[in-house]
Every structure is written in structure tokens, then in C-alpha cells.
Ligand binder design. Structure first.
Ligand code: ADP
Ligand code: MG
Length: 680
């Protein structure tokens, strides 16, 4: 199959450049650039035929263009079009820059919901296509693609159409046993029906088939990966011994039932010579760290070294402080290794790791640097897994000879997700919270509550508690966001300057500066901490009772839940205040969910439904292929089928055949990185 876009009729250098803007650089990309939605344009209406409330398309000629500015931040562009039957207004909001796109006399196709406003037919922000003097709009069920400025529907649509017009086959990728099923269409037909369905049934069939294909490939990749991880013998350990017992006895609390069960599962795995691959899953504050600490100590009492890797320096040093304190009565040597460790210290640590002097190392991705060599690494614990890619995980694993691996995640991952992202990684779940936790009272308010909130802050701080105020940070405008956070900081600082200490921590600070501020918050010198989203998942300040989030609609539900988990760690009642001025119904609905539920799993599921999986876990960053057709929640049944089929195929034909057959496609979807892990 020719992959050059230029090989498609109608694509020259100009169009090729436009397609590049959409990230489309090959024919495969183009074909998998599936429509975001479809429009039923089997009918084109005259303006007169439009009824109030009806959705449809009309062709008309521009007769007037007018921009209105009723308020400083609001621009309304009104384009009046007419056909032989009447006239209609097209209204675009805050798109004043398009004023000159629409000239009198130009023919347009507009598709959208028609409403009568002030006695005239009107469409608000319809799909608009410029038509030449006598061109007809596309008819039928028409694909609508996601676009960026400067690229039109027409360019994508005609490129795809032209490819199908001059090609008749698409190579199959699934094993032949699977594609020769009843009612299975060819891959070519399935792709074509995704772009240009002739009925909704046909579309559903095609979607099912391609979702299945995608999930089959993913599951096949995971099966190969798992196979690779499990063929070698790992460190087989003895039943729980003295060190573990001594650690558990010294804890100031008893383990909860869930913690105990998780620990038993981990212990059992570590006593097997097959390397453990287990996910320890539990909501924020559920007490995963203790379980991890006991597991790390288990490796040590068996004569192995153990390591725990956290995604940030702050988290790593909190683990270090916490675990060191827990283990202070044990004869074990624990060290911390992060980017902030001095060069001299690092050299010493490298040496002592290689000689086996250090029993337990806690750190960031500094742990996977080339210079780090272990004497005999027996257990790797990875905290907050979703921030690490498959590759980084593998890199740490490689530091040992098939060590056991425990992945901890505070982001509650629905079963559907663990199935798809981790294959059938074993899961230990801590659902039960340590005793005495009160749910964090959560409120969604708008900024008119500012004064009341300050009074509330004052009261809590007078009672000796501490407060987080988080301001959103999105990548596109980091600078502006930083300004916003600084403004909030200055306001609060001025407001409380006589009585309380207000601090600021943000993403532009270097790690030492951050650490200093966090340290001051930790030991109570700072009462109110304003931050951009750098409050690291896992930061533990039990005295903090208010989590206030500005611009809350800009955060994901899981993120908000993580933030909320920063408070309510002590005995006092804690509060989460979500400030949002968004008038968007969906945003409001999402935020209301935060008031209604404290179940991180439920929130994560909702998030998956609302935003798709990529957003939540960064599939791309996890090293797995992004899903273009399948939706991990909605298509759970397809996923389960695909998984079973992969297992059945392996059972009947062996994993070598699966590998042989799927390798080219795996390489394409998972990328080289994945193969490097597989075949290193
Ligand atoms: P996670 O890592 O799951 O978010 P942590 O391990 O940081 O949670 O635990 C949160 C807090 O709960 C810590 O202060 C810890 O000491 C405490 N904790 C853990 N287990 C228990 C328990 N069984 N009983 C009481 N407190 C506990
Ligand atoms: Mg934690």
C-alpha cells in the first residue's frame, strides 16, 4: 500500500501541508482519521422549508455580513443568506475574525439547528461550507472531521474519498481464522463505511469490527509483553519473617482488612518464582504506602534489595521520610535518590547500591539512569503508575534479574481500564478507608462567594488548620495561569498579612524552591498555600482541612478527587470548595458529581465516559497505542471478546504464531519503544 499522501489524486503540496496540520502524514493516518460525527444530508432544504427547531442544511447566497459588539468581550457575527424561498440569519459568536471570510454574493451551505428568532429563521454556529459559484454541497451521510484553522472539511473529505475511489483493498491485519467469520466485511469496506456510511446499521457494523480489531491488537501486544515478563524465574521468597513482623508491630495502628488482604496477595506472589506483576489500587489516603513498605521489607529480609520509584521529587522525599520513620527501629539502610541529590552523594549511593550496602532505595526516575546498578534487586514498587510510561517501568525492572513488580496507583482505575491497559495484571484493591475518616464536605460555588470564603478560611486557620488554594494550570497558556495564581496569592497575602502566613508554589519554580515552600507548609510555617497544580499527588499534611480549587471546571474529575484527597487526613472535618463561574451545563453537572460522590471509582468511570480514556490516563504516554475507534467503557464487551479470542488463539496455535502474525501491526501501533521492551 502506498503511504505517500501525494499519491492520492487531488492532493498536492498545498493540501498535503494542510493535512499535516491535522497530524496526518500518511495514507494510514488519513484513513484512521475517523469522523468526529456525521450529518444526514440526504435532504437539502430550502430556507422556507425549515421549521422552528429542525436540524437540516440549506444552500444560500450571502446578502449581508454584520459584526455586533454588545459587550466588550462578546462579538456577534451575523451573516444573512438567501435563496429563492427566503432569507435566514447565521450567527457566530466570538468569531469576528471571520468577518472577511464571508463576502456578499458568496454561496454557502449551512447545516445546523434552525430557530425562529425575532421573527426570522436563524442558525447559531452551524457547520458552514463555502461553495463555488455552482458547486453542490456533499450529500448523503456526510462525515464531519475534527479540524484546525486553515483546513476545511472539504479537504479531508475529498482526500479520503479520492483514496477510496482509486483503491480497492486494504491489507487485513487480523489472523485469517478470525476474519473469515460470518458477516465479517473486508477491512476496506469497514474503513469505507466509517467514513461514508450509507446507513446507520452499516456504520455500527463497521465500527464494531474496527473496535474489535483495535482491541485485539492491543490485547495481543499485552499478551506478548506478559509472556515476556513471565518466562523467566524471579526471586522466590520465604514466608513473612521477623523484619516484617517487627515493622508491623511498631505501626501506630492496625492494618485494615483490605490492607491485610492486599499484603497477603503480594506476599504470595513474591513467594512464587514467577515475577509478580501486581497493581495495588486504592483511593487517595487508603493507606497504600504501609503495604508497600511491608513488601519492600519482605524483599530485604530475604536478602534482596528493594526500590520504590515515585513520579516527583516531593513525593519521593515524602515516601523517604515516612518509610524511614516507620523502619527506624529496623537494621536496614535506606537512601533517597532524586535529581536534587548532590553529585557527591549520588556517587556514594551508586557505589553502595552496587555493593549491596543499601537495602532500600527511594527515588524518582533518577533510579533508572544508566549509572544505577543494583547488587540484587528483588522488588520494584512504582508509585502513581499512570505518570510513568511502559518503557520507564521496564527500565527499572531491567535493573534487576526479573524482580517482582508492584504498581501502586491512587487514581482509581476501573476494571475495564485495568483489563485494557494492563492486560490481566493481578489487582489488589484497598477499598476500605482507615478508621475514623470523615468524608470531605464538598461544595461547588461561584466567585461571588469570595468574601464568605475568606471568612471561612480565617475561621479554620484560627482553629489551627491549614489550607490549600489551587489554581489551574494548562499548558497552552502557562504564563497567564501563573499570573492568575500570583494574583490570587497577592490578594490573599494582603488580606491575611497581619495574622497568617500565605505561601505560593508553582510549576516554574525549580525543585529546590518548591521543596522549600512545601517544607514550610509541612511544618506549619505557612498556613495557606496557593499553588498551581504542583501539589503533588500524595503530599501528606494531616493538618490541612480546606482544599479550595479555582477554575474547577478546568480540572478532570479524577484530578479534583486527587486534590480533595489532600485534605481529610486528620481527625478534623475537612472541606473541598470548588469555585467555578462556568455557565456550561456539562461542566456544572460534572462538578455537581463531586458534591454527590466520594467514590473515586465512580468518578473515574464518569470521567472516562465524558472525556474518553486518553485524557484520563494519557494512553499515549503510557506507551500503549491510542484508541481511535473503541471506547474503553462503552465497548467493554468487545474488549472482553477480543481478549478471550487472543487467549484462545494462543491456546490453539501458540504464542509464536500470534507474534508472527501480529508483529508488523504491533510495530505500527505500539511503536518501536514497545518492541524494544519486547525484544531487548
Ligand atoms: P495512600 O498512599 O493510599 O494515599 P497513605 O499510605 O499515604 O495513603 O496513608 C494515608 C494516611 O493514613 C497516612 O497518614 C497513614 O499513616 C494512615 N494510615 C494508613 N493505614 C492506616 C490504618 N490501617 N489505620 C489508620 N491509619 C492508617
Ligand atoms: Mg500515596
Amino acid at each position: 500500500m502506498k503511504e505517500e499522501l501525494l499519491s492520492i489524486k487531488g492532493i498536492g503540496p498545498g493540501r498535503e501541508k494542510q493535512l499535516h496540520k491535522l497530524g496526518i502524514t500518511s495514507v494510514s493516518h488519513l484513513l484512521t482519521y475517523f469522523p468526529r460525527s456525521y450529518e444526514d444530508r440526504r435532504n437539502i432544504y430550502t430556507i422556507k422549508e425549515l421549521d422552528n427547531g429542525m436540524t437540516g442544511g440549506v444552500v444560500g447566497t450571502v446578502v449581508a455580513v454584520q459584526e455586533k459588539r454588545p459587550r466588550p468581550r462578546l462579538s456577534i457575527l451575523e451573516i444573512t443568506i438567501a435563496d429563492n424561498s427566503g432569507a435566514m440569519k447565521i450567527v457566530l459568536f466570538n468569531q469576528g475574525y471571520k468577518k472577511n471570510f464571508y463576502k456578499k454574493g458568496q454561496r454557502l451551505y449551512a447545516y445546523g439547528k434552525a430557530d425562529i428568532q425575532y421573527g426570522m429563521m436563524q442558525m447559531n454556529t452551524p457547520q458552514i461550507e463555502n461553495l463555488g459559484p455552482d458547486a453542490l454541497p456533499d450529500t448523503g451521510i456526510v462525515p464531519i472531521y475534527s479540524l484546525v484553522d486553515g483546513v476545511s472539511q472539504f479537504v479531508v473529505r475529498s482526500s479520503v474519498r479520492n483514496w477510496f475511489a482509486t483503491n480497492g483493498v486494504l491489507p487485513e491485519v487480523l489472523p485469517p481464522e478470525l476474519i473469515n467469520q460470518d458477516g465479517w466485511m473486508s477491512r476496506y469496506d469497514a474503513f469505507k463505511a466509517m467514513h461514508f456510511p450509507d446507513s446507520s446499521n452499516r456504520y455500527e457494523e463497521a465500527r464494531y469490527q474496527l473496535a474489535y480489531e483495535e482491541l485485539f491488537i492491543m490485547q495481543a501486544g499485552l499478551a506478548l509483553l506478559r509472556n515476556k515478563e513471565q518466562v523467566h524465574a524471579g526471586p522466590k521468597m520465604e514466608p513473612d519473617g521477623k523484619l516484617m513482623k517487627s515493622l508491623e508491630e511498631a505501626l501506630p495502628f492496625a492494618l485494615t482488612g483490605d490492607q491485610r488482604r492486599a499484603l497477603e496477595e503480594i506476599s504470595r506472589d513474591m513467594q512464587d518464582e514467577r515475577p509478580m506483576q501486581r497493581l495495588l489500587q486504592g483511593d487517595v489516603g487508603a493507606g497504600k504506602t504501609v503495604v508497600a513498605a511491608l513488601s519492600l521489607v519482605k524483599a530485604i529480609e530475604n536478602g534482596y534489595q528493594s526500590a520504590i520509584m515515585a513520579p516527583t521529587e516531593i513525593l519521593a522525599s515524602q515516601h523517604y521520610e515516612g518509610i524511614k520513620e516507620m523502619c527506624k527501629h529496623l537494621p536496614i539502610h535506606i537512601e533517597l535518590l532524586t535529581g536534587a541529590t548532590t553529585k557527591k552523594e549520588k556517587e556514594r549511593i551508586y557505589e553502595e547500591l552496587a555493593s549491596g550496602d543499601i537495602h532500600m532505595i527511594i527515588g524518582t526516575h533518577s533510579l533508572i539512569q544508566d549509572k544505577v546498578d543494583f547488587h540484587n534487586l528483588g522488588l520494584v514498587v512504582i508509585d502513581e503508575q499512570h505518570r510513568f510510561g511502559v518503557e520507564q517501568r521496564a527500565a527499572l525492572q531491567r535493573k534487576g534479574k526479573y524482580p517482582h513488580v508492584l504498581i501502586m496507583t491512587a487514581t482509581p482505575i476501573p476494571r475495564t481500564m485495568t483489563l485494557s491497559v494492563y492486560g490481566d495484571l493481578a489487582v489488589s484493591l484497598i477499598k476500605e478507608m482507615p478508621p475514623g475518616r470523615k468524608p470531605v464536605k464538598t461544595y461547588v460555588v461561584d466567585s461571588s462567594y469570595k468574601e464568605r470564603l475568606r471568612a471561612f478560611f480565617q475561621k479554620e486557620m484560627e482553629a489551627g488548620h491549614q489550607i490549600y488554594v489551587v489554581c489551574p494550570l494548562v499548558e497552552e497558556s502557562e504564563k497567564l495561569d501563573l499570573q492568575a495564581a500570583e494574583e490570587v496569592y497577592i490578594e490573599l497575602k494582603e488580606y491575611f498579612y497581619k495574622t497568617f502566613e500565605v505561601g505560593l508554589v508553582h510549576g516554574r519554580m525549580n525543585s529546590q524552591e518548591k521543596e522549600e515552600v512545601m517544607e514550610r507548609f509541612n511544618n506549619g510555617d505557612i498556613h495557606l498555600l496557593v499553588s498551581t497544580t504542583v501539589i503533588e499527588v500524595g503530599v501528606n499534611v494531616p493538618n490541612a482541612t480546606i482544599m479550595c480549587v479555582e477554575g474547577a471546571e478546568r480540572f478532570g474529575l479524577s484530578q479534583l478527587h486527587q486534590l480533595r484527597g489532600r485534605v481529610g487526613r486528620g481527625d478534623a472535618q475537612a472541606y473541598c470548595v470548588l469555585i467555578s463561574d462556568s455557565k456550561n451545563d456539562i461542566s456544572q453537572e460534572r462538578l455537581k458529581l463531586m458534591e454527590a460522590t466520594h467514590d473515586g471509582f465512580e468518578l473515574a468511570e464518569q470521567e472516562l465516559l465524558l472525556r474518553g480514556s486518553g485524557q484520563l490516563f494519557g494512553l499515549a504516554q503510557s506507551g500503549l497505542p491510542d484508541l481511535r475507534v473503541a471506547n474503553i467503557i462503552k465497548d467493554i464487551e468487545i474488549l472482553v471478546n477480543a481478549r478471550e479470542d487472543v487467549l484462545q488463539y494462543i491456546g490453539e496455535r501458540g504464542i509464536e504464531n500470534l507474534e508472527k502474525h501480529m508483529k508488523p501491526e504491533l510495530e505500527k501501533r505500539f511503536g518501536e519503544k514497545f518492541l524494544r521492551i519486547l525484544y531487548n
